[in-house]
Write a protein that binds this ligand. Sequence first.
Ligand code: OSB
Ligand code: MG
Length: 382
Amino acid sequence: MNDRAPLVRAEAMIVRLPLLQPFVTGFGVTDSRHTVVVHLVDESGNEGWGEGPALDHPFYLPETTATTYAVVTEYALPLALRSGSLEPREIATVLSRIRGNGFARAGVEAAYWSLEAARSGRSLRDLVGGTRPAVPVGESISITETVEQTVEVARERVAAGYRRIKLKIQPGWDVEVVRAVRDALGGDVMLQTDANAAYTLADADTLAALDEFDLACIEQPLGWDALPEHAVLQRRIRTPICLDESLRSPADVHRALDLDACRNVNCKPARVGGITATLQIAALCEQRGVPLWCGGIMESGIGRAGNLALASLPAFNHPADMSPAAELFAWDLVDPTYELDPDGTIRVPTDPGLGFPVREDRIAEQLVRRDVLLGDGPQPSP
Ligand code: OSB
Ligand code: MG
């Protein structure tokens, strides 16, 4: 029943997503969050939704909300529309002409994936080849004022069911806090750290001191683009290095594995350029037997829908970063949104299309800017 109806509307928006608490990491404090939303509608009324969830600032990666929006509205969405294709993998190929700017490409491509799911009456999970009914998840814990506060949060999270705890670390906030949390939680809880590029090779001894805590991995200890340096560090520590910031395409993952710069992969679908790129990374990690998991970047439910579908693939064999929307934001852009079940999993929607009802009224209330590239409707804001 594949519907052949053409597109009648295509628009991009910047939407405010108020955080309940600042997120504190090795790259600094994130206390303001906007996100880029892409919306497609075809003549039969099928809808596609995608998100390009760069952060507002350039302290995690070079892209920001503003640069992502510019690339979406000036290049990615126009290129996709001009191609005339509605096939998501063809759209990924069209967008591959754009260098970098993974968040912008991912946002546009995701809208075509969820549109295709709606048009074919399938769930996003089935469309991407996901199999699990539910995805095990862990929690990413901000840097806090005191070690006791982090221990308290980690205890609460384990009691809530989370399958894995990830502690944000930075120089001066590492061995002591990891020891305290390991002592409090015991040896059975899966524990890992994320430095968000806050260390250099001069800190190798400190990072090696984390070996005694049986961590599942140390995420991005060194510079955001420091692949060879991570290979040097991996030779000096036993704990597997996981890369996040340094992996921005399937080619980056290839290079990192060939260099032995990491032995564990955090794949954030938006960071690597989208769903098609993620499927390539999943195939590569599966072939090489490398632990793979789905990272998050505090997306709204629109972005999380794609993450959930992908994290349900068998290649994703380590718990995902997917703090529930209710813990991150005053509200989500989808309602009902996803929730943590007491067994530490999040159910993967099986409804056709995106799988979550989008709250267009909330998007309208929180709208900062909108550009309509195809169809009638509100004029682009000044
Ligand atoms: O480094 O994984 C990271 C959030 C924003 C920016 C960077 C990171 C994160 C997280 C994920 O840790 C939290 C989540 O989305 O649930
Ligand atoms: Mg990270």
